[in-house]
Design a protein around this ligand. Structure first.
Ligand code: ASP
Length: 436
């Protein structure tokens, strides 16, 4: 038997790392290895996530330039942009509506005993305060600041911060358009250069992914020890008090995948949804373990173009855009959490309050960055809009990291499903690669 030929598929490698991390995390919590885990194991997770984030901007630049430069007309670009933003908005509103319906039907906030409520408020008051402050900074900005922020004044400094992903997308689109307009004989070497660079970057992603099992192991074991803290018994009692809230959110997230993404893939992208979900597995597992759409972006781009056969001009545009603005899981979470907190405080939300939640959660999810915990900071804005006390965030902080992992899976799946839908309209799917 030739051992070299046995290659474990990426999703099994990631899953293996997750399960091992989970088991170690439980052992560490019970035998006092929490500090050891955060000092000596978590760093491997951090290195892995850093490498992924590091490759995100070069990957966006090269794949988008290669994609756009292969287009013959600019109209196609604005069509792709218009369609993706339209579908992104639609899926976000659907996600929030499913969430709001579920939390109103099952009312997870109504059974929480007063004593538990007080304990949660006391335990997490500090952390909730810091989220409220961060959200306040965001709210004080002038109305069009978000639009202004899309246009960098300096390319180099824009490319040095992952938060500026959209700025880079815009600059690259501008460069791509110029590339199309300049006569081909002058641009040929540049195109070749970017094609070469793009191949190198794809290979770098492959190399980084060799580290996935150990990276994911570090991340998972640290999540378990951090959630459990110094007092695992208390953590378990908090998690079970909030069990119904978590369950309602997780079921709503699954429903969104089944009721929205599967039909989009089947009827709009006209692809087999089972194959789509199978091919999404490594991306979803990575999103789950990193809790970050940004860190998952390089693998999502590689997976969509190389394994699903979606073209680079579409995927190179919609995926970075989606990682920043399309967060269905996050928007649903913000709506469910807002209604849940109102229920715990015995506040009645009127129908128009619920509509305000739909609008503000859409905007707040667009404003959330693709990093762990970002959605919770922007939740403050949704709470303020319906006059629910922002301190109520303390109620849901306990299980937030775990729910963040789940909503990030939905966020990245939504980006890929919309990419497939847009690609179908542009005749930009290589079915042989998709089914291969
Ligand atoms: N962690 C999420 C993401 O990266 C954002 C959030 O909901 O906090 O997509």
């Amino acid at each position: 038997m030739n051992l070299k030929k046995i290659k474990i598929p990426l999703h099994w490698q990631i899953l293996g790392g997750m399960i091992a991390g989970l088991i170690w995390g439980i052992i560490a919590v019970n035998s006092g290895y929490g500090q050891f885990t955060s000092d000596y194991l978590k760093p491997f997770g951090t290195i892995f996530v850093n490498l992924l984030k590091m490759i995100a901007i070069p990957m966006i630049i090269t794949s988008l330039i290669v994609g756009i430069s292969s287009l013959s007309d600019i109209k196609k670009l604005s069509r792709i942009g218009g369609k993706s933003i339209g579908i992104f908005l639609l899926t976000t509103v659907m996600a929030i509506s499913i969430g709001v319906a579920m939390v109103n039907i099952f009312k997870p906030g109504e059974g929480i005993p007063e004593e538990t409520k007080q304990q949660l408020m006391a335990a997490y008051a500090d952390k909730a305060g810091s989220s409220t402050e961060k959200a306040a900074d965001f709210k004080e900005r002038p109305p069009l600041q978000t639009l202004i922020d899309l246009f960098p004044e300096n390319l180099i400094s824009a490319a040095t911060d992952n938060k500026n992903m959209l700025q880079i997308v815009l600059v690259v689109i501008l460069a791509g358009i110029a590339l199309i307009l300049v006569p081909a004989d002058k641009t040929e070497p540049v195109k070749k250069l970017f094609e070469g660079l793009n191949e190198i970057i794809l290979k770098m992603v492959d190399i980084i992914m060799y580290m996935a099992p150990i990276g994911v192991f570090g991340l998972m074991s640290a999540v378990i020890t951090e959630v459990a803290g110094d007092d695992p018994a208390k953590a378990i009692s908090i998690l079970s008090a909030l069990g119904r809230y978590g369950l309602v959110l997780i079921v709503a997230l699954i429903l969104h995948m089944l009721l929205v993404y599967i039909p989009i893939v089947k009827f709009v992208a006209k692809l087999n949804p089972i194959t789509f979900l199978k091919k999404m597995r490594p991306v979803q597992l990575l999103a789950f373990s990193t809790s970050s759409s940004n860190a998952t972006l390089p693998l999502n781009i590689e997976n969509s173009t190389e394994r699903m056969g979606l073209s680079k001009d579409v995927a190179g545009f919609t995926l970075p855009l989606g990682a920043t603005v399309n967060m269905d899981g996050t928007s649903m979470y913000q709506a469910v959490a807002a209604v849940f907190i109102a229920q715990v405080f015995n506040m009645d939300l009127t129908f128009s309050d619920q509509l305000i939640i739909i609008v503000t959660a859409t905007l707040a999810s667009i404003g959330s960055a693709g990093v762990p915990g970002a959605g919770m900071i922007m939740l403050v804005i949704v709470l303020n809009a319906v006059h629910v006390p922002a301190e109520g965030i303390a109620l849901i902080l306990g299980p937030d990291r775990i729910l963040d992992m789940c909503r990030t899976v939905v966020n990245v799946t939504g980006d890929a499903a919309v990419t497939a839908a847009v690609a179908r309209g542009e005749y930009a799917i290589d079915e042989e690669v998709f089914n291969g």
